[in-house]
Design a protein around this ligand. Structure first.
Ligand code: SF4
Ligand code: SF4
Length: 202
């Protein structure tokens, strides 16, 4: 599969294909499996097959031929994350650039890591808005509760995976202005969570 085909496939994965697989909690091991050594060797064989397959694909570039392995040459090539991916939580902006958030405080309340701090205010027309919205990414555990609880689809787990770490904690504090993104940029994720929540009868 060529890299762009793989990226397109990942980017367009339908929601039903992203359902978590069933976990087998209780398994009766066969005698063969209980000897372990054969299973260890089998695991090593699988790992080695992938390692050398990828190594050959990396050392010998495709040279005009179709690349058979989906190796991403980061940072020259960027990975397209599937809609189920939970990257940096960001705020959704209205078309006029204002925030959708109404400063209800639900995300701040539910956040298990106490990563969100909001100061609410009121506009002249009576609409509520956050005069300050701070997200401490050094505390965030990317659980997505803030996105789930928001009644306005105003905070969304984006597909941003770059710049999620820093050498100083204060560089991980994001202000409202740094978090605002146009709704169109987040539409794929918004559509995805709508489908998932509809299935879960929320
Ligand atoms: S993703 Fe979870 S930890 Fe991060 S801000 Fe949202 S609720 Fe808090
Ligand atoms: S982001 Fe959503 S849940 Fe959080 S304060 Fe704003 S409207 Fe409420």
């Amino acid at each position: 599969m060529e890299i762009k085909d793989f990226q397109a496939w990942v980017g367009n994965l339908p929601a039903d294909k992203l359902k978590p697989k069933k976990v087998r909690k209780s398994i009766d091991l066969s005698l063969w499996e209980r000897l372990y050594i054969f299973e260890v060797l089998r695991g090593l064989a699988i790992t080695s097959r992938h390692f050398f397959g990828n190594l050959v694909g990396f050392v010998v570039p495709p040279n005009g031929k179709k690349r058979k392995i989906p190796t991403i040459y980061y940072p020259e090539e960027k990975a397209v994350m599937p809609p189920a991916y939970r990257g940096r939580p960001v705020l959704v902006a209205n078309p006029d650039g204002t925030e959708r958030c109404v400063a209800c405080g639900l995300c701040e309340k539910i956040c298990p890591a106490f990563a969100i701090s909001i100061i609410g205010d009121e506009r002249a027309n009576g609409d509520r808005y956050p005069s300050s919205y701070t997200l401490d990414l050094s505390r965030c555990i990317y659980c997505g509760y803030c996105e789930e609880v928001c009644p306005k689809e105003a905070i969304v787990m984006s597909d941003e995976y770059e710049g999620l770490c820093a050498s100083r904690r204060r560089d991980m504090l994001y202000t409202k202005e740094q978090l605002l993104r146009p709704a169109a940029q987040l539409q794929k994720r918004i559509d995805y969570v709508r489908r998932i929540y509809a299935k879960c009868n929320y």
